[in-house]
Ligand binder design. Structure first.
Ligand SMILES: *Cc1c(COP(=O)(O)O)cnc(C)c1O
Length: 228
């Protein structure tokens, strides 16, 4: 089996190749290594291979692991965030990918000690099992939070329906980019960031304009246990 360092190198090379296809460079795309369910020792292996950006889905896990690991790690919160867990993670989080309601923004506004970059999670396919706001409600959410002093809306995040063939996900990635362009025009905000693409489809996402990909399995291997 390949080591985490080798997996990381390969994922970064694949990101670069896909970025070049869309006229960009690998440096235009940030890799969030999704470490949910994996212990701190495994994250440390990736850190020692030079990687500093990790994504977690559960507040308790982020809190515990960030306490055990180097301070210069950039933690991204990518899972559904319960309002009562905000205070547990807010000062450890470089970016929240899953803003989906005003009440969550209000709690962040109340608890954060400095401005927090956030992405609005969009549920493009209207799947009931997934969180995220409907495409036609994103603008209203942005307008509701844009004057908050601790919320910086940097862009959009999505998780398309699962397909075996990444080409099937391409229209969703293209749609998120188009929605971003539309919202940037309507709101006057830059909304630069597009967080889209996972282990099975990150190259397609990069070709369609992803600025952040969230990759777990292709770096750390299969997750065990019921979560994730
Ligand atoms: C688990 C997870 C990922 C990573 O998924 P892989 O298929 O393991 O790469 C990315 N984004 C979110 C929101 C996740 O929950």
């Amino acid at each position: 089996m390949a080591s985490i360092a080798e997996n990381l190198k390969e994922v970064l090379e694949r990101i670069s190749a896909a970025a070049r296809k869309s006229g960009r460079s690998g440096a235009d795309v940030r890799l969030v290594a999704v470490s949910k369910t994996h212990p701190a020792s495994v994250i440390m292996e990736a850190y020692q291979a030079g990687h500093k950006i990790f994504g977690e889905n559960y507040a308790q896990e982020l809190k515990e692991k960030s306490a055990q690991l180097p301070q210069d790690i950039e933690w991204h919160f990518i899972g559904a965030l319960q309002t009562n867990k905000v205070k547990m993670v807010i000062d450890k989080t470089a970016m929240i990918h899953s803003l989906d309601r005003v009440s969550l923004a209000q709690e962040i506004e109340k608890r954060a000690t400095k401005p927090v970059p956030v992405l609005i999670e969009v549920n493009l396919a209207g799947e009931e099992t997934k969180s995220g706001v409907a495409p036609n409600e994103v603008e209203r959410l942005i307008e509701s939070v844009r004057n908050f002093t601790k919320i910086e809306v940097m862009g959009l995040m999505t998780m398309p329906p699962f397909f075996d063939d990444p080409e099937m996900a391409r229209p969703y990635f293209a749609r998120l980019r188009e929605l971003r362009d539309e919202l940037a025009k309507n709101t006057g905000l830059k909304l630069h960031e597009l967080s889209m693409g996972m282990s099975g489809d990150f190259e397609t996402a990069v070709e369609e304009g992803a600025t952040i990909v969230r990759v777990g399995t292709a770096i750390f291997g299969e997750r065990r246990g019921k979560r994730g």
